[in-house]
Design a binder for this molecule. Structure first.
Ligand code: NAG
Ligand code: NAG
Ligand code: NAG
Length: 257
């Protein structure tokens, strides 16, 4: 048991070192996922494609429990999606006692044994600092999607962002520099500082995936599902489809990681 605890501490310290030394986005490790009491949340854990075959689990710092992938319990499901190089963790009936630190872990089997660990800090609140109107949004290829993100009054003056989990790219409310993509618009709503809205237009299949809204360090995840336009109903798309089939989209997706 002691040996286990020591190894665990070792992995965790390595991870903190990696965050400090390698990941350039400095605010990343401080993020807190806020969820309403009694509510549920689904969290993506992205991993490198080379670990597709490795065992993965969700680790709770609170009771030191490991839940391996493809296990579903009453209040917890951990499901691997090898085709997307991620596993998702769904926690239901969340209560105050679930506030704490969690880790996404891949048993890489490499020596020295550096596991791939993402820390996730969860905070269960009666009124979450950040929440989303809908945590799963669908749209059609070429169409639009809008996501409304709500934040509590204490967060009015914090920086508000819309970020993609996979590559950690973010759009920021009120920033007008040219690095921002015109196909993503993000603006504060006219409701006295309670929400902001993200509008993504000209959707591509590769825009599917996991994103989050954040205000300051508080965040909430959103899954975007872009549905391909049927070939038989749109001749214009048909031409593209001959060149870029679904599997090619996947290749592009992976080569970007
Ligand atoms: C699931 O959550 C509910 C509500 O908190 C609780 O009563 C129940 O015991 C939980 N189930 C398990 C298996 O922990
Ligand atoms: C887990 O389930 C997913 C799909 O539900 C499947 O693709 C994958 O192979 C499963 N993994 C294991 C280890 O059973
Ligand atoms: C803007 O976003 C679209 C869709 O995600 C992408 O195809 C395009 O390359 C992006 N443009 C820039 C300048 O990043």
């Amino acid at each position: 048991m002691t040996a286990y605890a020591n190894t665990n501490t070792f992995y965790i310290s390595i991870w903190f070192w990696l965050i400090l030394g390698v990941v350039s986005y400095s605010g990343w490790s401080k993020h807190v996922l806020t969820v309403q009491t009694g509510g549920s949340v689904t969290i993506p854990c992205h991993y490198d494609k080379k670990y597709t075959q490795q065992k993965k689990y969700w680790f709770s710092e609170i009771d030191k429990s490991k839940t391996y992938t493809n296990k579903t319990e009453e209040n917890l499901s951990v499901i691997d999606h090898p085709d997307q190089s991620l596993f998702t963790v769904t926690m239901r009936n969340l209560q105050d006692k679930h506030t704490g630190h969690y880790y996404c872990v891949v048993e890489t089997g490499e020596q020295p044994p550096i596991n791939v660990i993402y820390e996730k800090q969860l905070k269960i609140q009666s009124a979450p600092d950040v929440s989303v109107v809908s945590s799963s949004v669908s749209g059609h290829e070429g169409g639009d999607i809008s996501v409304q993100c709500l934040y509590s009054s204490g967060y009015q003056n914090e920086v508000k962002r819309w970020c993609r989990y996979k590559d950690q790219s973010c759009y920021t409310v009120g920033r007008t520099d040219t690095s921002q993509n015109s196909s993503v618009q993000i603006s504060d709503d006219d409701d006295g500082g309670r929400s902001f809205t993200v509008l993504m237009s000209g959707l591509r299949l590769t825009d599917s995936g996991w994103y989050f809204c954040s205000a300051g360090e508080a965040l909430n995840p959103v899954h975007l599902n872009v549905i391909g336009v049927s070939v038989s109903t749109d001749v214009g798309i048909e031409k593209d489809r001959l060149v870029l089939t679904n599997s090619h989209y996947c290749d592009l997706f992976f080569s970007n990681i």
